[in-house]
Design a protein around this ligand. Structure first.
Ligand code: ZN
Length: 299
């Protein structure tokens, strides 16, 4: 699976839980445990990881983080785990844990795992995309994860692609984004975004599952929402495909379970890229909830 033959202790750290386990060189996962993430107390956060790894003190620690670690400064940014914001996490951990610590963004780990062991296995260039609460992504070119630009490479969901034109608010679904810009795909591309788009379309307040169920039943308003969704999201994906040369886009996150939605996005994206593509471009993740842990092992 990896040039390493020794197992790695991996932790997939999100805003709610720390999913951790030993990942062996053949990709098997052992001693898995799920712990609540202490998000407000750095000492507790560090202690939780130290305790989890204590009996495996001969193994390196690799982390898939719901956040970023600047590759140059080592400083972490994690909106959903405030206690590690601005912290050089690897340095803090290595001061108490005598072992190699590696940290990667969780979407990057997802892309890496899918590229090496999952849906992207037979492809040179893989763009892993997350359609979760929001959107994310990671880029693997020639088998190598690209981590330049502050760890932000592969973030296809940000950039003001939906125009912000005053007076056109009822015609163009342009919303402010958490990144500070307006009109990012992140504002409509994840589950919360789909719900926002549906409300903008005049729909009743509903969660993404209810909207998708209504779409499948032929509800006209839900159909319009999904039409908008597919149009905007596939446009950004087509650009990303043209730019990166990715030949497969494994999709993770909650919305990837809606295989019909992924299929609709796949069709629309293929129609909008420059090259002729018959083969599937967007496909649901093969590794599911293991992708973060497996990808961390490859860091
Ligand atoms: Zn944004």
């Amino acid at each position: 699976m990896t040039p390493q033959t020794k197992p790695v202790f991996c932790a997939d750290i999100g805003g709610s839980f720390i999913d951790c386990a030993i990942v062996r060189h053949d990709g098997t996962i052992a001693d898995r445990q799920k712990l609540p993430t202490p998000i407000h107390d750095l000492d507790m956060f560090l202690a939780t990881l130290e305790e989890a790894t204590a009996i495996h003190d001969d193994l390196d620690l690799h982390i898939a983080l719901a956040g970023l670690q600047d590759p140059e400064s080592g400083i972490c940014t994690a909106a959903n785990i405030p206690c590690i914001n601005g912290v050089q996490l690897a340095r803090r951990l290595s001061s108490t844990l005598d072992r190699t610590i590696r940290i990667g963004n969780d979407a990057d780990c997802f892309a890496l795992a899918e590229a090496r062991m999952g849906a992207g296995r037979s492809h040179r260039n893989v763009l892993g995309i997350i359609l979760g609460t929001g959107v994310g992504g990671g880029l693997v070119l020639d088998g190598r994860l690209i981590t330049s630009a502050g760890g932000l490479t592969g973030e296809w969901g940000h950039g003001p692609v939906i125009p912000h034109l005053p007076g056109m608010e009822s015609h163009i679904p342009c919303f402010p984004c958490g990144c500070g810009q307006w009109g990012c795909i992140d504002t409509i591309g994840g589950a919360r975004g789909l719900e926002r788009l549906h409300a903008w379309n005049g729909g009743e307040k509903a969660d993404s599952r209810a909207i998708l169920a209504a779409w499948r039943q032929g509800d006209p308003l839900a159909r319009r929402t999904i039409e908008h969704y597919v149009t905007y999201v596939s446009a950004a994906l087509a650009l990303a495909v043209n730019l990166t040369g990715a030949t497969i886009l494994p999709v993770g996150g909650g919305l990837s379970n809606a295989h019909d939605l992924i299929e609709a996005l796949d069709h629309a994206t293929k129609k909008r890229i420059l090259r002729d593509a018959d083969a599937t471009l967007l496909t649901p993740s093969r590794l599911g909830s293991d992708a973060g842990l497996l990808g961390a092992a490859f860091l």
